[in-house]
Design a protein around this ligand. Structure first.
Ligand SMILES: *[C@@H]1O[C@H](CO)[C@@H](O)[C@H](O)[C@H]1NC(C)=O
Ligand SMILES: *[C@@H]1O[C@H](CO)[C@@H](O)[C@H](O)[C@H]1NC(C)=O
Ligand SMILES: *[C@@H]1O[C@H](CO)[C@@H](O)[C@H](O)[C@H]1NC(C)=O
Ligand SMILES: *[C@@H]1O[C@H](CO)[C@@H](O)[C@H](O)[C@H]1NC(C)=O
Length: 283
């Protein structure tokens, strides 16, 4: 990992200011309509398949934002405006913060992508206010869509039975501790490491299908001055999961997606996508 000196860091901060849309954190008084949230996620997948926004048009709030790889851009220039053949899709639903997280994989060798998309909605009417995507492709960190698909299909993301679910606070704290390890020596101890646990970092997999698989190999502890900032969350208690998007400050200020799944209070799966501003990601 690149360790910026405080001086370099100050310069980078000036050169690359980041103004990301962060969804409002006002919790809804009642749970959001999860059917409507899932319908919007389906419409998003249909839009990405077609390369047009037609299926989403009626679902947008008057003012909505499109953000891709941590930048607000014209949606017509975004990956969503490119028709892609989707090989895999999974959506997690956050009824409390009125949002979904969708993971999609496109192995087409002419246009390979692994994309994570958070869709944030108005609590009042479930209209879409923010589409926030991390779109990894060639040159992204350890990118190989075919390998990623192969490993994703080996995993089991069944809903966790009621009564065995962790609270959203516990799930989110696990993800936050993991992201904080890079610049906080005590955070690594706060991660509820599970056994087995497998980490899918781009296309690199720590799992060997063994009961003692561990997510710890290669994990740092306070190696950097910089934190992972501008975090955006989607928590699904039924899935035991949290999606966190952030600025990965340790590697080229990359746009990053980390998704975590807990089972019985312990970390079971980690998926990452990391995009380095159109350049090859390098440590
Ligand atoms: C939830 O959303 C679905 C799909 O839009 C709709 O058919 C249903 O009436 C909504 N339920 C409530 C309670 O508003
Ligand atoms: C629309 O949303 C953006 C991003 O949240 C905000 O910066 C802007 O002020 C909003 N515009 C209006 C007209 O509400
Ligand atoms: C990280 O390490 C630095 C230098 O090694 C130390 O000064 C700092 O207190 C540590 N911070 C945390 C939160 O562990
Ligand atoms: C470091 O992580 C621990 C455990 O998550 C947390 O309690 C503490 O506040 C963090 N320290 C800093 C400086 O962020």
């Amino acid at each position: 990992m690149v360790i910026f000196s405080p001086k370099t860091w100050a310069v980078l901060s000036v050169v690359a200011p980041i103004a990301l849309a962060l969804p409002s954190s006002t919790a809804a008084a009642v749970d959001c309509n999860s059917t409507a949230l899932m319908e919007a996620a389906d419409a998003y997948v249909a839009a990405q398949t077609a390369g047009t926004l037609d299926t989403l048009q009626n679902l947008f709030a008057g003012n909505w934002t499109y953000q891709e790889n941590n930048k607000q851009i014209d949606v017509k220039k975004g990956v969503i405006s490119k028709a892609l053949k989707i090989d895999h899709r999974r959506t997690n639903v956050d009824k409390i913060s009125c949002a979904t997280y969708t993971e999609i994989i496109i192995t087409d060798s002419a246009n390979p992508y692994v994309i994570g998309t958070q869709i944030h909605h108005n609590a009042a009417d479930t209209k879409i206010i923010l589409i926030d995507s991390i779109a990894s492709t060639t040159n992204s960190w350890i990118f190989d869509a075919k390998k990623t698909l192969q490993h994703v299909l080996e995993e089991k993301w069944d809903p966790i039975p009621e009564g065995k679910r962790d609270s959203r606070a516990v799930i989110q704290a696990a993800g936050d501790a993991y992201l904080s390890m890079w610049n906080n020596a005590t955070a690594a101890d706060a991660v509820p490491w599970g056994t087995p646990c497998t980490r899918l970092e781009g296309s690199a997999y720590t799992g060997k299908g063994k009961p003692d698989d561990s997510c710890k190999p290669g994990i740092p502890s306070n190696h950097s001055q910089a934190g992972n900032t501008h975090r955006r969350y989607v928590v699904d208690e039924a899935m035991g999961s949290v999606s966190i998007f952030c600025v990965w400050e340790h590697m080229m200020m990359a746009a990053d997606s980390h998704e975590f799944r807990l089972e019985n209070g312990k970390l079971r799966y980690v998926h990452t996508m990391t995009v380095c501003g159109g350049q090859p990601c390098k440590l």
